[in-house]
Ligand binder design. Sequence first.
Ligand code: SF4
Length: 386
Amino acid sequence: MEITGSGIADQHSPGTTCGRPSDPRPFSTGRTQFAPAVDIDGASWGAGLAAAEEARTLPQPPCLAGHCEESGGQRGNPYPPPERVPPSFSCRLCPRGCGAERDENRGTGFCGAPSVARAARAALHLWEEPCLSGTKGSGAVFFTGCSLGCVYCQNRDISRDGGAGLPLSPDKLRRIFLRLIAQGAHNINLVTPLHHTEGILPALSEPLGVPVAINTGGYDSVETIRRWEGKAQIWLPDMKYSLPGPAARYSRAPDYPEVAKAAIKEMFNRVGPCRLGEDGLLKSGVLIRHLVLPENLENSYGVLEWIADTFRPGEVLVSLMSQYVPPLERADLPEELRRRLKPIEYKLVLRRAEKLGITQGYRQDFSSASEEFLPAFDGSGIDDAQ
Ligand code: SF4
């Protein structure tokens, strides 16, 4: 098989990162070991450079969100940013809309999160995509709890327990952000933060001086996304499912495909096409991640087709991940997920992306499929934030 011409640009090839030079070394991540500048089958992947250049110069698309119509389609935040965390509230922050009462000590909703933000780790992270990790790292803060319930979650030690980690006031959180920046972080990378929106936004009342990236599972509410207007410059959503069957079976969210499509469109409305600096780092935009699962090729194809139908080449970056590791200790893990991804499965998904003209993004080495890359959720960088 030969793969040439346009395709997912290998971000490690010089001159392919949205048209910016990138470091050609292989990068590894906690979840991810990204590929060096070679492609499957030894053929060269197209850079999609022209498309990326075009995308960069495109005018901002009109805001598709209804609330902006009154202001002539201009982007704007209809919600005043909160100055403090409400001590308790009835929560409808995520699409589950469970209405749970959350207070400082307790959360009874699906996500299990109390009203105060909690996190289990804050550290420089060198294992994201190169446009995020750069040379010094992404300043990652891992929040606990999650509104999805993925049976294969790699962060399950903290995602299934909203009470895990340590409570962080907005002042403490801001100190953590500033310390990461002082350590060299190219950006502040909030991992699974949206169910903690009330607790985090007050910490972002003033700009940090580096981009803020929101790293989510994609099962997000449009209303909550809008509340981050002006606070988040980069969105890093997963697009896990195009089919309701696997979404229900693996993540207890049959409405995931429609919810995630609306959410990702809204993220794009907020920040526009991807924009990289001269240093090759992402300054703003949307990077969509998709983890390819065993025995689920149709699901992956549907994700890629939606991306190709929805965005022009280069408007968003796409990261196709092969790092699935089956958590075999889980008795409820479906049979088809009890093995790793086969190289041929990943190759077929890459080939489909190529055919669909998805021209900008990342792929992974198979060596990244290891739990060795998991960061320690031991309170590092959190417990001493006085
Ligand atoms: S964020 Fe948590 S408490 Fe709020 S609606 Fe979602 S699952 Fe329920």
